[in-house]
Ligand binder design. Structure first.
Ligand code: GGG
Length: 358
């Protein structure tokens, strides 16, 4: 039996409702595939911030370092500014542990209705590779002349050759396991320093992968193509901000942001990687028991694959597709009436029993 130590951070809002469902499904997969999980829960959240002035303790990264992976729900809640919750927890973990790849698969699953007309399951199937450590998410900058007419704010984006090359290389390598096509999200017509540099690095990287088709679009028309021609795409590589925006759009096109998983990966495995749904804490529906747990459960499958358990990961992915094919198991974001725990329970049962002769 293989054992893994997993740090669990439920965080805020619906994170507290979907993480238990993710754990329930992972436990079911563990029983089936002879995997033992040792969970340690960390109560790091906006509530903690309001009590202690910190989202996580000063030595938070040291505490997490010893784990095989981090399983996170969502952060952010009214009463704490979003930049405090993000820069107090999620971003320090992503950066401190060099999780420079944020991998966000988007797939239209059987039984899920896309807002696009005449599109079938499988027609949307791409992966967004978001740069996760630099770019537009930067602390460089500042504010001057506060509370005067001359008040100003400056924010510097940071694009390094190392940062661009490593995320682009990851995207090209990933495409070799898929349809060998990488699209770069750019905006080099308007953003005149960082984006032409991004384009140069992309062109150079593409030369290392002559077997992979590459193209690029400015982010504005790329969003239009996501809606009009989602079947064009295979792997899309984007900066921190562009990758973030594209993944919410992609998730919406594939039915709901409540379905979209993500992996914050340190490909060199020097540090633990972190697995979380793309969605946030959704305060508007928190506490009602109606949040869609699928993104969290699917993120758990991504964690298992990263830990070297592909059979268990595939079993979870197959189970969630099977369960979602039944519209009775759709939560309100998908137009149904199912509750968070019903969906989690159904997926866990499916993982436990799939393929068993009755
Ligand atoms: N699932 C984690 C979460 O709460 N994400 C919401 C969010 O705002 N994330 C910002 C980001 O990914 O940069």
């Amino acid at each position: 039996m293989k054992s893994y130590r997993i740090a669990v951070i439920e965080g805020d809002g619906i994170g507290r409702e979907v993480v238990p469902e993710g754990l329930r499904v992972l436990e079911a997969a563990g029983r089936r595939y002879d995997i033992n999980f040792s969970w340690r829960h960390f109560d790091w959240s906006c509530e903690t911030y309001l009590k202690t002035g910190r989202m996580m303790p000063e030595d938070g990264l040291n505490q997490l370092h010893e784990f095989d992976a981090i399983y996170l729900g969502a952060v952010g809640y009214p009463g704490v500014p979003d930049h405090i919750s993000l820069w107090g927890l999620l971003i320090p973990i992503r950066r401190g542990f060099q999780q420079y790849v944020n991998l966000r698969p988007i797939r239209l699953l059987k039984g899920i209705e896309s807002p696009l007309k005449d599109i079938e399951a499988g027609a949307i199937d791409f992966s967004i590779v978001r740069e996760n450590n630099e770019g537009e998410y930067s602390e460089a900058g500042g504010r001057l002349f506060r509370n005067t007419d001359a008040e100003l704010a400056i924010q510097e984006a940071v694009f390094t050759r190392r940062g661009c090359d490593r995320i682009m290389r990851y995207a090209f390598e990933l495409s070799r396991e898929r349809k060998r096509h990488v699209t770069s999200a750019t905006k080099s017509n308007g953003i005149v320093h960082t984006m032409p540099f991004w384009d140069e690095r992309f062109k150079t990287m593409a030369q290392e992968f002559p077997d992979v088709r590459s193209d690029q679009y400015h982010i504005d028309i790329l969003t239009a193509h996501f809606v009009a021609h989602p079947e064009w795409f295979d792997v899309i590589v984007g900066s921190n901000l562009f990758g973030d925006i594209l993944s919410d759009l992609g998730a919406a096109v594939a039915g709901s942001i409540g379905l979209a998983p993500s992996a914050n990966l340190n490909p060199e495995r020097l540090y633990p990687s972190m697995f979380e749904p793309v969605h946030g804490s959704a305060p508007d529906i928190a506490g009602k028991g109606i949040a869609n747990p699928v993104a969290q459960i699917w993120s758990g499958a991504m964690m298992l694959r990263h830990l070297g358990q592909p059979a268990a990961a595939t079993a979870i992915e197959t189970a969630l597709e099977t369960v979602l094919a039944d519209s009775e198991m759709h939560t309100p974001d998908l137009g149904g009436n199912a509750r968070t725990c019903d969906v989690g329970d159904a997926i866990a049962s499916q993982v436990s029993t799939a393929g068993q002769v009755k």
